[in-house]
Design a protein around this ligand. Structure first.
Ligand code: TXA
Ligand code: MG
Length: 321
């Protein structure tokens, strides 16, 4: 039997049961609007240690703590600047993670030893109901990275979570099935520890949106891809991803619908616009592996909207491992 039980029927009892399992130290994978997360009680070091084991992730990589409500940030963060409150009021629940100075609750096993903590209120009915049930029984927050093995493509369906992790989960761990994630790329990460916000990872909440709400100039705005770290091989399928090339017969192709499919090329996605592109991208990369395609050509979308996040992830997926 595959490990990690699937739950697809959301009675209040089922979610309360999942929250109780989480409280007792089990892992619960859950849907969010960005990608699926692999959750553990963020105050339980043993449970959090299992996240790292199941993902095969280095222990110094910090985790995002997911909260039921914006009010809960004062449990986890201190010295919260006004502009961070403005961002939270505007974009939570939503695809945005704020990096803030940590409180005592945010221990080293969450922050990777840093003095900051990442916090997010996701915009997904099932995630919020689950987080609220956890809060009702005294839970403080749910630590959750994307529910994939380290370096792989993030899962945007419960089936993809199971494919990634079933060999590593225990029979008592759970996977909540909430259908496909409707954003499809990970949250925008905004460092709020300095006088002005700094975007560490682009996502659906864009520079323009952050500047419009805060009235502040986003630091390193033009350098976002460089500040978000070295060009490590990440978000990557087994297939080789090639950006903006011309596909040969047998290659996979991911491009906007307006791009035609040459003879013999396997069309993996034909999104209608950039939002649709983000929603379909990770599923299409997984499909390339399912079909054992060696090489996937991706024609990158233009634009300063979510296309920035798509190009950021593609650059990493295409980087040589
Ligand atoms: O959309 C998302 O953010 C998804 C869903 C599940 O919420 N989560 C996600 O988590 O993408 P993960 O662990 O795969 O990526 C989180 C990133 C990591 O690169 C981590 O280094 C960074 O956030 N991060 C977390 N806490 C941080 C901190 N205190 N300072 C700087 N970076 C941090
Ligand atoms: Mg991840």
């Amino acid at each position: 039997m595959s490990q990690g039980q699937f739950i697809s029927h959301y009675t209040a009892d089922a979610l309360a049961g999942a929250a109780a399992q989480l409280k007792s130290g089990r892992l619960v994978a859950f849907p969010t609007e960005t990608v699926y997360g692999l959750g553990a009680d963020a105050t339980n070091s043993d449970a959090v240690a299992r996240i790292y084991k199941v993902k095969g992730r280095p222990a110094d990589h910090p985790l995002i703590v997911h909260l039921a409500d914006m009010q809960d940030i004062s449990d986890w963060a201190i010295e919260i600047p006004d502009y961070a409150i403005d961002l939270a009021r505007s974009f939570w629940p939503g695809p945005m993670t704020l990096i803030l100075h940590r409180s005592q609750l945010a221990e080293d096993f969450i922050t990777g030893g840093q003095n900051t903590v990442g916090l997010r209120v996701p915009d997904h009915t099932i995630a919020l109901a689950f987080l609220n049930e956890f809060k009702k029984i005294g839970g403080k927050g749910v630590a959750a990275p994307s529910a994939n093995r380290f370096g792989h493509v993030s899962p945007t369906t419960a089936e993809a979570v199971s494919e990634e992790l079933h060999a590593f989960l225990d029979p008592d761990d759970l996977i909540l099935n909430g259908g496909p994630s409707f954003v499809g790329v990970e949250s925008t990460i905004i460092d709020c520890t300095a006088a002005a916000p700094r975007i560490l990872r682009p996502g659906a909440i864009t520079f323009e949106m952050v500047e419009a709400i805060t009235g502040l100039k986003v630091v390193n705005r033009d350098d976002v891809i460089r500040v978000s770290g070295s060009l490590e091989h990440h978000y990557a399928p087994s297939a080789q991803v090639v950006l903006d090339g011309y596909p040969r017969p047998g290659d996979g192709l991911i491009a906007l619908d307006s791009t035609p499919t040459p003879e013999g090329v396997i069309r993996l996605a034909s999104p209608m616009n950039n939002e649709d592109f983000a929603r379909q991208l990770y599923g299409a990369l997984r499909e390339a592996d399912a079909q054992e395609i060696d090489q996937v050509i991706v024609i990158q979308p233009d634009g300063e909207d979510i296309a920035i996040a798509i190009r950021d992830r593609l650059k990493r997926a295409a980087a040589k491992g």
